[in-house]
Design a protein around this ligand. Structure first.
Ligand SMILES: *Cc1c(COP(=O)(O)O)cnc(C)c1O
Length: 356
C-alpha cells in the first residue's frame, strides 16, 4: 500500500534508500557480515563514514577550514554543546526566538552565561519571522533556527551580524542552497531531511574551536570529535550509513539545485490550494511560510473529523498539527514526492466540494 507520509520527524526517506539499507542489515557489500555486527574501525566502515563526510561537503559546498561531524544526542544536545564551546565565561550571546526549538536552545545556553533574546515572535504564537531587530556589537555568537518545524515558518534571509553565526538547521538542511561560509556552526538532527534518528550532523569552523576558556567534558568538546574524526567513541554506524545513502540519492538526482526546485514546486502547489480553497486557512505569515512544514487550519473546526477521515481514506498519514498549534501540518521533506502533494490537494478540493 502506498502511504503519503507527511510525518514531521522521524519522517519519509527515499524508498530506494530503504531497499539498500535493508540489504546491508543482512550482508554488507560481500563481507559476509551484517553492517550491525561490524567494527566501526573496520576498513569498510571507516571508508563508509569518510564517504558520508565527503558527500556532505560536496552536496552543501562546505569550504576548506570546516569539519563535518556525526554526533549523538540529537539537536537537543547541541543546544547546550554549542554554547559550551562558543560562549566565553564572561561573554554574551544573542538568540532569535522563533518557537519551541529556539526557546529550548535559550534555556540551555542560559546555564552558561549572559544571553540576550534579540527578537521574538512569541506575541503571535510564532507565526512569523522577526525582522528589523538590532544586533548589538561584541556578541560571542548569534543563534537562530532556520526552519520552525512546529509553526511552519522559515528564515529566507541570513541574520546580519559580525558575530559568529550558529544555526539549528534540523528541519531544512539540504532543502535549499546555503552559504556555509556565513556560519561558525551548523547543526541538524538527522531525522528530518537526512536519515534516521540517532545521529546529528555538525559542521563547524575549525579556527573557532578551543577559544571559550572553559574546561569542556570530552564528549561535549567539538575539538575532541574533530580530532577523533567522529570516532572518539563508537558512532551510530547504521544511522550514518543510511544518511550516506540519502546523500547519494540526493547527489545522483541533481543535488541541492534539484531539491530546491522540487521543494518550491511542492510548496507552491499546496500553498496555492490553501489560499484558493474556502475551507482552509494558512497559519503562518505569507512571506515567512516554510517550504518544509506547512501549517493550516479548517475554517470550521467542527469538520475536523470529516477531513481526517478523508485523509485516512486517501492513505495520507502524519498530517495532524503539533499539539501547541493544533490544526494540520504537512511536513514536505526532501523525499516526499510531488505526487503526494497532488493527492493531498485533491482531497482538499474534494472536501470543499462535499462540505459546502
Ligand atoms: C526536531 C527538531 C529538533 C530536535 O531534534 P532532536 O534530534 O530530537 O533533539 C531541534 N530543532 C529543530 C528545528 C527540530 O525540527
Amino acid at each position: 500500500m502506498k502511504v503519503h507520509n507527511y510525518s514531521a520527524g522521524p519522517c519519509i526517506l527515499p524508498n530506494e534508500v530503504f531497499q539498500q539499507a535493508s540489504k546491508a542489515v543482512l550482508e554488507y557489500e560481500n563481507t559476509g557480515l551484517s553492517i550491525l555486527e561490524m567494527s566501526h574501525r573496520s576498513k569498510e566502515m571507516v571508508a563508509m563514514a569518510d564517504n558520508a563526510v565527503a558527500l556532505v561537503k560536496e552536496v552543501l559546498g562546505v569550504p576548506e577550514g570546516y569539519s563535518v561531524l556525526f554526533l549523538q544526542g540529537g539537536a537537543s544536545m547541541q543546544f547546550y554543546m554549542s554554547a559550551l564551546n562558543f560562549l566565553s565565561s564572561n561573554g554574551k550571546a544573542g538568540y532569535i526566538d522563533t518557537g519551541v526549538w529556539s526557546s529550548k536552545a535559550i534555556i540551555e545556553a542560559k546555564r552558561l552565561g549572559d544571553i540576550e533574546v534579540l527578537a521574538s515572535s512569541k506575541d503571535k504564537n510564532y507565526n512569523y519571522i522577526p525582522k528589523g531587530y538590532n544586533v548589538p556589537a561584541g556578541l560571542d555568537f548569534l543563534h537562530y533556527t532556520t526552519n520552525n518545524t512546529i509553526y511552519g515558518t522559515e528564515f529566507f534571509h541570513t541574520p546580519k551580524t559580525d558575530a559568529v553565526l550558529i544555526a539549528d538547521m534540523s528541519s531544512d538542511i539540504f532543502s535549499r542552497p546555503i552559504n556555509v561560509a556565513d556560519y561558525g556552526l551548523i547543526y541538524a538532527g538527522a531525522q528530518k531531511n537526512l536519515g534516521p534518528a540517532g545521529v546529528t550532523l555538525v559542521i563547524v569552523k575549525d579556527e573557532l574551536l578551543g577559544k571559550s576558556g572553559r574546561d569542556i567534558p570530552s564528549m561535549l568538546d567539538y575539538s575532541v570529535h574533530v580530532k577523533g574524526e567522529s570516532m572518539f567513541n563508537t558512532p551510530p554506524v547504521y544511522s550514518i550509513y543510511v544518511s550516506m545513502l540519502t546523500l547519494e540519492w540526493l547527489k545522483k538526482n541533481g543535488g541541492i539545485p534539484w531539491m530546491d526546485n522540487l521543494n518550491q514546486q511542492k510548496a507552491d502547489l499546496l500553498y496555492s490550494e490553501i489560499d484558493r480553497n474556502t475551507k482552509f486557512l494558512g497559519t503562518a505569515e505569507k512571506e515567512d511560510r516554510s517550504r518544509m512544514n506547512v501549517t493550516f487550519v479548517l475554517q470550521d473546526d467542527s469538520k475536523s473529523d470529516v477531513f481526517s477521515k478523508m485523509l485516512a481514506d486517501a492513505n495520507i498519514s502524519g498530517l495532524k498539527g503539533h499539539r501547541s498549534v493544533g490544526g494540520f501540518r504537512a511536513s514536505m521533506y526532501n523525499a516526499l514526492p510531488l505526487e503526494s502533494v497532488q493527492v493531498l490537494v485533491d482531497v482538499m478540493k474534494e472536501f470543499e466540494r462535499t462540505n459546502g
